[in-house]
Design a protein. Sequence first.
Length: 543
Amino acid sequence: MGKQSALVLMAAVAVGLGSLVTGVPGVSGAPGGRAHAAERDAGGAPALPVGPPPAPGVDLDRVTIPELQARMADGSLTSSALTAAYLRRIATVDPRINAVLRTDPTAMRQAAASDARHRRGSARGPLDGIPVLLKDNIDTRGMPTTAGSLALAGSPPRTDAALVTRLRDAGAVILGKTNLSEWANFRAAKPTSGWSAVGGQTRNPYVLDRNPCGSSSGSAAALAASLAQVAIGTETDGSVVCPAGMNGVVGHKPSLGLVSQAGVVPISAEQDTAGPMARNVTDAALTLAVLRGDGAPRPAALPDGLTQQPGGLRGKRIGLWRLPSLGPGVDALMTRTAEKLRAAGAVVVEVTPPYQERLAQLEYPALLSEFHRDIDAYLATREGPRDLAGLIAFNRAHAAERTCFAGQELFEQALAAPPVTDPGYRAVRAELKDLSRRSVDETMAAHRLDAIAAPANPPAWTTDCARGDNDVIPSSTPAAVAGYPSLSVPAGFVGELPVGLLLMAGDRQDDDLLSLGAMVETRLKAWRAPRYLPTAELPGASR
């Protein structure tokens, strides 16, 4: 089967198109350049003028990559029109949420090159011509890559991160860079997620005074507002799946090593991974197929389970880890979720993975040693401070780095932490690896599970620089520390705020997990567009 025929087939099995984008035609906004032409506005309104859709019948909120590729294949849509539509949305919508730091001035040229390939019948696969946003800790040639810090805001990286090279080779349009929690939330003991000295504060599109969670906050918020088709986030522990859940989108943390770490600002090589974020599991799966660099070449196609689901969830065994500490609203939502999954034929049993208290005790001491090693190695590739000691001195000398929160306690602790050659450190990391894997493996074996499920996040807390985050969210830790895959899909809402369902499974079970996630997503049907409310009093939400 040829590439174009395969793309049309994928479109035939994807979710159907929704209603047209509503808005006022003719919104101005030059493609490329700075993301924000409008004055920032902290207010909210249900309707926003975002210009016309890129083609009749294309709803940017709901369209999938296979549907877009089918339109490009039959000539009713171009990547240029799609890219221009997303740039209009960024110019018009992003001033409310502050998720996109900058757009790539070459985006329209990239789209035109994709259009030429489509006309020749030589499209490179499902991501050819698809606009993608990158978290601003992923090296991108010709564009600043700052990790949110002014210390890296000078010269851009000389080369692309390995994952960006894969995206470019697949024909994706690099649309721009998203804001993040500065240094991926590994600077202060009490940070405020979604804030960086470079980008300021990203807001949750559902309720604007609420937090987007971190550290891939800009990537998740941008997707919730339909500012790109997909985005790339990064995670050490929770930084893909929590923002995905809190912003009502899909986020996949791949198995450790499936996606190259080269050219990504690090915290720890033992846990870091980039991963796809999207508004649906189909798009996340297609993006992962491009990103993955595990030495097992495969076409950028959907896992079989996403397109062939005989019986759907019938007979699937899911262990529900309730985590009532996240509040009564979340717990009630988990009860409703379990009922829906059982009604679809799944077997849902309640579980509590073991060893969680010990994992919480050991994780940060190990990360401190690893961060010192890995950030020093990364800084040697960039202009600016040459090592962690230099970063600490930079923050002390630049008041702008302290405008939301002043602390850099984690930097200081990492500087004093034992080196990774220390036997004590090695014992800690060995115990972490053992207990985290056992926490998942033993739970799945004892109950014969296909996956463990848990809430990905509480309802978003109000953003407050003086107080910092309210984010003790243990669900991401077992898979993050073990290096196992996890996936957040929209589960529903507590009041106006989204909550995700986190699914996790064993090592390299990414395709099976994505297939299961697609079935869960279809059953729950929990996504709805944000309304950009200025504030809201919400049952069960933290303030």
